[in-house]
Design a protein around this ligand. Structure first.
Ligand SMILES: Cc1cc2nc3c(=O)[nH]c(=O)nc-3n(C[C@H](O)[C@H](O)[C@H](O)COP(=O)(O)OP(=O)(O)OC[C@H]3O[C@@H](n4cnc5c(N)ncnc54)[C@H](O)[C@@H]3O)c2cc1C
Length: 390
């Protein structure tokens, strides 16, 4: 067994949130080690579209990532919200907020490429070790012990602060950490689609009794996110391309004309997951590992980046001898509780209220969408949530 002690934070997971944290720490002059299960570049082909808020753009600009990402992003100037079998609809415009765009669409793969490129240009103080799946994490009064298998040997890394940014997929069994999960029983089907008409930088969010769907402007095409119960997604996914495009037209309506082409389809199970009150010392959890949301309102990464920025600040403001002690971790968690809680509530509310067939709820949500269009308070809330996440 190999044992190594380091005196700085270790991030588990070089996904977008882990890398934003690494770059934020670097900017504050703090060294960091990042452990990543996959090989570098493994996710460059992930075409899942992420809607980045305007607030996220500002954070990526500060880190020097935005300039590298900009050629791959498509701005969202208008958000069009509607419901199937209902008259209510609302339009949100960037100009109401006096900002150039409400958000930006980019593929997960392009985001990862830009972050890696930024690391190549500015590697100082950041050590990323690829192909190292962390298998266990334990903590004691003084440090965190991170273990991984390397060439048939167990390698243990001791650090004053282990930051779990693994997307919530692998490190469930950390002693002292309890997760609450609500499985929606829904999947998201994603893919690039071409329509008869151009997108004109409009993102469409449509609520159907089967589940929400979104068409996001992406290059000269749309990124489709079509969610629904797993059996329903099984059905539409089994259709050949022509029948699939017809079903999409039926569910989405005629706003952009007929659909002409669908690229490679991807599929993701959807859940809401959050951590409850029990936390170990010397360990902090951020990004999707701390909170997983339904993608209905494009909040997940946007909340995760705010975790990363807040944690970097907290580490910077804490003397290294106190990294990972209860008071530091409590302070960080409290600073993030409201934003995270609202993100979870907002997305869960949208899924529950706007995506079911209960009698009366359809009428209410029609009225709700109509009201959103005219009530300044409700409009402002929605625009702020979509553009800044606040
Ligand atoms: C269909 C869909 C659409 C979405 N749309 C949006 C959107 O429009 N806007 C938005 O903001 N968010 C969106 N999201 C959410 C967004 O994808 C996540 O919030 C974001 O990817 C979280 O980043 P992360 O770095 O926390 O986790 P991840 O992206 O999951 O990255 C985790 C990293 O940790 C690594 N890892 C895992 N286990 C280990 C281990 N044991 N040891 C070492 N490394 C490990 C993984 O290989 C990976 O690189 C969407 C999600 C889905 C599924």
């Amino acid at each position: 067994m190999l044992r190594e002690s380091i005196d700085h934070p270790v991030i588990i997971g070089a996904g977008p949130v882990g890398l934003v944290l690494a770059l934020s720490l670097q900017q504050l002059g703090l060294p960091v080690t990042v452990l990543e299960a996959q090989e570098r570049g493994a996710m460059y082909g992930d075409g899942r579209a992420l809607a980045l808020s305007y607030g996220t753009r500002l954070e990526l600009e500060k880190l020097g990532v935005w300039a590298l990402l900009e050629p791959d992003v498509t701005p969202i100037e208008t958000i069009h919200i509607s419901q199937q079998k209902g008259f209510g609809r609302t339009l949100l415009h960037a100009r109401e907020q006096a900002i150039p765009a409400l958000g930006y669409v980019v593929s997960y793969g392009a985001l990862m490429r830009a972050l890696d490129q930024c690391l190549d240009e500015r590697p100082e103080g950041i050590a990323v070790r690829y192909g190292l799946p962390v298998g266990g994490l334990t903590v004691d009064a003084g440090s965190a012990e991170i273990s991984m298998a390397m060439l048939a040997e167990i390698h243990t890394l001791c650090s004053p602060l282990a930051i779990v940014a693994d997307g919530g997929r692998s490190l469930d069994a950390i002693p002292g950490l309890v997760r609450e999960t609500k499985h929606y029983g829904h999947d998201a089907l994603v893919g690039l689609v071409k329509a008869e008409q151009p997108h004109r930088y409009i993102a469409y969010e449509r609520f159907t009794p089967k589940g929400p769907m979104a068409l996001l402007p992406n290059g000269d095409q749309f990124s489709l996110v079509w969610t629904g119960e797993q059996a329903y997604i099984d059905q539409i996914n089994a259709l050949d391309d022509a029948a699939f495009l017809q079903a999409l037209h039926q569910a989405f309506g005629d706003r952009v004309g007929r659909f002409l082409h669908i690229g490679k389809r991807g599929r993701f199970p959807l859940k809401l997951s959050k951590l409850t009150q029990t936390f170990p010392a010397h360990c902090v959890v951020i990004g999707n590992a701390a909170q997983t949301m339904h993608p209905v309102a494009g909040q997940g990464f946007n909340v995760g980046i705010r975790d990363a920025v807040a944690l970097a600040k907290s580490i910077r403001e804490t003397p290294s001898s106190a990294w990972g002690v209860a008071s530091m971790l409590d302070h960080y968690r409290q600073s993030r509780a409201q934003d995270t809680g609202r993100g979870l509530l907002f997305t869960d509310f949208l899924v529950n209220v706007f995506s079911n067939d209960l009698i009366g709820v359809g009428l209410l949500r029609g009225a709700g969408l109509g009201l959103l269009g005219v009530l300044p308070g409700a409009r402002r809330f929605l625009i702020n949530k979509m553009s800044y996440g606040r």
